[in-house]
Design a protein around this ligand. Sequence first.
Ligand code: PMV
Length: 350
Amino acid sequence: VDQKIYTASTTAPVNIAVIKYWGKRDTALNLPTNSSLSVTLSQKDLRTHTTASCSASFESDTLHLNGELQNISGPRQTACFRELRSLRAALEAADPSLPKLSTYKLHIVSENNFPTAAGLASSAAGFAALVRAIADLYELPQNPTELSRIARQGSGSACRSLFGGYVAWEQGEKIDGSDSLAVEIAPASHWPDMKAAILVVSAAKKGVSSTSGMQATVATSSLFPHRARVVVPQRMEEMIKAIKERDFETFADLTMKDSNSFHSVCLDTSPPIFYMNDVSKAAIRVVEELNRVSGRKIAAYTFDAGPNAVIYYLEKDEALVLGVLKGGLEHVPGFAVSGTAAIPEEYDAS
Ligand code: PMV
């Protein structure tokens, strides 16, 4: 009997969308109603570290997150485990000398170095790290785009965390989701002076999960079809062009507009969903005012399914942007911590 414990460790970064994913056309496969685009943040500040082990002696699949045993019987985790095992089983079938890891139970241990489920994209880093750790453990030959198809089934936005830099998730057309994948638009090194600051307004868990929020929006918002079919496809093209040309003003304009469009369809959901709070809105006012006074867009805010802000800016404007944010917000009750995340750091997804 094989007594060995096989193990592999990896980290995956958080990504923050500048064109938001909001709406599923297939809830089981996490197929989106529109394409989306994100920037991967530095792993120094925000990342999930995951170790995957398997052994013939393990009795069940388990996952510990930040030291706590998680329920992994849900369809998202099950789908990731099943898909990865079947890729491993194909390798084992082709080469009978390989140990039969696909038949062994898995023990997964994950740690986040940031608040979980507070709109800081913890599920994105979490599922990306889970998929990569198991793929490494199984020595799978699949590239990040191919693995993104699996990570997507864990959490939609996770497919984008398999790459560094600027990443598009192409919605795809097929009903089996085989073409709903993440692709790199540009590596982080393409725009080395891009930076992000994170305003942690609240580390509390979010009120409405992204899955139930999306379903409610798709079912009830009359603004939503216009966003998904008209606004976002156009914006994706403009955003890809802005990134390729390193045009920060256009990048900032599109980022803020898309965040506001996403929160508008949330407000247009019935009953309405509010992810931003008064501190979030104060941050919007500070950035809008800074851009107005500067006569150019030097900072861009974006908010996910929670009240925390991510502010993008260029390194040369760092002192001004962070100074104004701090000065403008320190008197606002509830404004707690701010951290910065440098983006230019190559992420080796191989
Ligand atoms: O991946 P999910 O199901 O947690 O959804 C993420 C949704 C947003 O963060 C609001 C937008 C996005 O594109 O990441």
